[in-house]
Design a protein around this ligand. Structure first.
Ligand code: KG4
Ligand code: ZN
Length: 415
């Protein structure tokens, strides 16, 4: 089965085409035929966060070029010989189709214009299913991807599956890494030729999902079933990383650069004259919930007192912040493992790229006698389309197809 994955939930526009076969836990395997992504980081950096309407505009601008690039990589980008032109391929009246398309994309004029040029020129590619993120995320941004999926579905007569972005973060962490899976997902990305499969799961499965919008501990007693055990009561952990990074003068999104600063601080430990102490919010609390807003406020107070910050001070803050976050995440994950008898632990979301968190979680689980946690390849930890196509494949296997007229963006969609 060939699945076109579309991801526009936040500030990454991403499209991929994968070919997947078999069922999870048995003979499943997949190949990436094409994969492309444009990050809007530079566009949003000046606002210090993602600006939803700007994200919507950028997605509208990027989707068609990315589709073109993905199809080219997959060797499926063929100029139409005339037989498969829009409107004739599916024996649909082309005028009606054009009108429908225009109505469908009334709120995305730039996308409509690009698609209206693209579609008549090229033959319908071999795609069996379109998998699109419907939530959680920024609704204006999600709508662009959804309407794009609906437009392609209409013109090419391909069914759609609606994908929960967080399920994508779980599934992508299961990619079997023995062959040294590396998937370049930058603007000029290449598709990978290898065949991959997913790690088997011994249930119950515990997923720690840590991203810019989420901090959740989720229990699965079986495939595709989720129970949220705990979540953040205020800021998500990635959001806290980004806000603290901003307080230290680092560009948005600052998670990775803050972590690099913390690493530097650990390397020159002896030389640092500063000792900062930050709270470990809710670490002794009985629940499996999190709270990171107080941690950010504590950093703000330190910054105000010591401003202007020396480089050493910045490093000391970064280190202590990363230690505090890591301790809380590790402690709560272990508590969830014990309370629910989890046998496999998966970590997903952009913050799962963090090497300090990876190291300490792996150590703690080893001490607890559990197998090592499963992490996504670092370049697939942040948002991408492969995770959407993969999750979509398993939904398509269940025949969870949606009526294109009924799909809607759900900003707060839960697992
Ligand atoms: O999953 P993701 O790409 O987008 C959301 O769905 O939110 O996650 C983005 C988040 C940002 O907050 C970013 O700062 C954070 O992941 N992040 C990191 C690291 N790499 C990305 N945070 C800490 N350490 C990292 N190495
Ligand atoms: Zn995400």
């Amino acid at each position: 089965m060939r699945i076109l994955g579309i991801e526009t939930s936040c500030d990454e526009t991403a499209i991929c085409l994968i070919e997947a076969n078999g069922s999870f836990g048995n003979d499943f395997e997949f190949r990436i035929l094409g994969n492309s992504l444009i990050s809007q980081i530079a566009v949003h950096a000046q606002y210090g966060g993602v600006f939803p309407n700007l994200a919507k505009r950028e997605h509208g601008r990027n989707l068609v070029p990315l589709l073109e690039q993905t199809l080219r990589q997959s060797g499926q980008f063929t100029v139409d010989s005339g037989q498969k032109k829009i409107g004739t391929a599916n024996s649909v009246n082309s005028k009606l189709l054009t009108v429908n398309l225009k109505n469908l994309l009334a709120r995305e004029p730039e996308l409509y214009e690009k698609l209206a040029v693209f579609l008549p020129k090229y033959a319908k590619p071999e795609i069996d299913v379109i998998a699109v993120t419907v939530g959680p995320g920024l609704e204006p941004a999600l709508w662009v991807g959804i309407n794009f999926a609906r437009a392609l579905s209409l013109v090419w007569n391909i069914p759609i599956v609606a994908v929960n972005h967080m399920e994508g973060h779980v599934v992508i962490a299961l990619i079997h890494n023995d062959e040294g899976f590396r998937c370049q997902v930058s603007g000029n990305s290449e598709s990978k030729t290898g065949t991959y499969n997913l790690e088997p799961i011994t249930y119950p499965l515990l997923s720690l999902l840590i991203s810019g919008g989420h901090t959740e501990l989720v229990l699965s007693r079986q495939w595709q079933e989720y129970e949220i055990l705990g979540a953040t009561r205020d800021d998500a952990v990635g959001e806290a990383f980004d806000k603290v990074a901003r307080l230290l003068g680092l560009p948005y999104p600052g998670g990775a650069s803050l972590s690099a600063l913390a690493k530097k601080a650990r390397l020159c430990d002896e030389a640092s004259p500063h000792r900062i102490t930050l709270p470990r919010p809710m670490i002794h609390d009985d629940s499996l919930d999190f709270s990171f807003a107080g941690l950010k406020t504590a950093v703000r107070r330190i910054v105000e007192i010591h401003s202007p910050l020396s480089d050493e001070m910045k490093m000391a803050i970064a280190r202590e912040f990363e230690d505090a976050v890591t301790e809380v995440l590790v402690k709560k994950t272990l508590r969830a493992v014990e309370e629910h008898g989890a046998r496999t632990v998966v970590v997903g979301g952009g913050v799962s790229a963090n090497s300090h968190i990876r190291l300490h979680l792996a150590e703690a689980l080893e001490k607890a006698g559990l197998p090592p946690p499963l992490f996504p390849s670092p370049d697939l930890a942040t948002d991408n389309a492969i995770m959407i196509a993969l999750a979509g494949y398993f939904r398509a296997q269940n025949r969870d197809f949606v009526n294109p007229d009924m799909i809607k963006a759900e900003g707060n969609l839960r697992l």
